[in-house]
Ligand binder design. Structure first.
Ligand code: NAG
Ligand code: NAG
Ligand code: NAG
Ligand code: NAG
Ligand code: NAG
Ligand code: NAG
Ligand code: NAG
Ligand code: NAG
Ligand code: NAG
Ligand code: NAG
Length: 237
């Protein structure tokens, strides 16, 4: 009895622990997630300060906890998924994913910052625009269909117009084009950027350690019971 309770508690714990807080989720018409994304985003750019003739450098980190998915503009269709996210006063980022035959790509990443809102020393009412477009031969974000993409290390997306600005991503996980009518707000198995397509080892490791744990608990229980019986105690469950 106790054993079963312990096992159930362990199973629930592992189940819940896996359901992390995914920052941005977009649902399809059946209200199943079709696009999920989570990452830290820094924007590296320079600008003309009002007080100074030198260009100033800035590294701005997008405050994830203030962001909201723009549900009007974001969409998922069979070939294209578009995530638009807003925060505070007119700040926006947008990611476009494109699906090919058996895989999909992060195709565009656009950030538009309200300079007046995020910088103290700028006089004009300006926006800072950074646009990244994937080069045809770049496969850094190639993801097989039905998988998510995962990358912990920093990845730098250089601005396409070569103005020296860039978008710096870290702790990235995303999944686009999910079509399995699964209402779970969880990522599918991940392709990790550090491997040449090997599905994320983590779920397998968790499964194996769970099995090991169950076996250990079972052995301990059986051994314990044998000892008790050998000593002739009355066994009250
Ligand atoms: C910033 O100032 C430089 C000259 O110092 C000028 O060439 C450049 O066009 C300015 N950039 C913007 C965005 O105003
Ligand atoms: C958002 O996160 C920052 C730092 O991570 C924290 O200082 C701030 O209080 C948080 N804001 C909200 C609304 O949770
Ligand atoms: C997906 O949406 C994009 C942009 O609105 C559009 O160009 C494309 O034709 C759509 N594709 C499908 C299959 O509906
Ligand atoms: C930019 O930010 C400033 C200050 O927060 C605000 O007054 C202005 O309306 C914002 N601009 C846009 C386009 O939202
Ligand atoms: C997708 O498949 C079609 C036919 O099966 C092929 O002509 C096309 O080149 C493929 N596209 C890519 C990007 O692999
Ligand atoms: C900045 O631009 C926004 C929209 O373009 C406008 O609503 C706001 O009043 C402007 N702010 C200033 C200080 O000019
Ligand atoms: C992609 O092609 C461009 C030129 O078209 C080249 O400069 C670049 O190094 C290539 N990148 C990769 C990852 O092969
Ligand atoms: C991005 O830009 C930096 C410096 O401007 C350069 O060293 C780096 O090679 C660029 N990365 C790519 C993928 O083009
Ligand atoms: C920001 O970009 C500049 C070049 O434009 C580079 O020298 C600097 O190291 C970058 N900063 C970070 C934190 O990557
Ligand atoms: C992805 O999963 C769906 C449904 O689960 C399946 O119909 C489809 O064939 C899969 N696609 C690939 C490329 O495995």
């Amino acid at each position: 009895m106790k054993l079963i309770v312990i096992l159930i508690v362990i199973l629930i714990y592992f189940g819940e622990a896996n359901a992390g807080d995914i920052e941005w989720i977009l649902n399809d018409k059946e209200s199943s997630p079709c696009l999920l994304a989570d990452m830290n985003i820094k924007v590296n750019f320079s600008y003309n300060a009002s007080s100074d003739f030198n260009r100033q450098k800035s590294l701005y980190e997008i405050p994830n906890n203030l962001t909201k998915v723009d549900l009007v503009r974001s969409y998922c269709n069979d070939t294209e998924s578009f995530l638009a996210v807003n925060w505070e006063h007119g700040n926006i980022f947008e990611i476009t994913f494109i699906k090919y035959n058996k895989s999909y790509e992060l195709s565009k990443f656009h950030v538009s910052l309200n300079a007046t809102d995020i910088l103290k020393d700028i006089s004009d009412n300006k926006t800072i625009e950074i646009m990244y477009e994937r080069l045809v031969n770049d496969s850094s974000f190639d993801t097989p269909a039905n998988f998510s993409f995962h990358c912990n290390r920093e990845q730098i997306l250089n601005s396409t117009n070569n103005d020296g600005s860039s978008i710096i991503l870290s702790k990235v996980q995303f999944e686009a084009f999910r079509r399995n009518n699964n209402k779970d707000k969880k990522f599918s198995l991940a392709k990790d950027c550090e491997s040449n397509f090997k599905p994320d080892i983590v779920p397998i490791a968790v499964g194996l350690s769970l099995i090991a744990l169950i076996i250990i608990v079972l052995i301990a229980y059986i051994v314990g019971r044998r000892r008790q019986q050998a000593r002739g105690y009355l066994n009250i469950m």
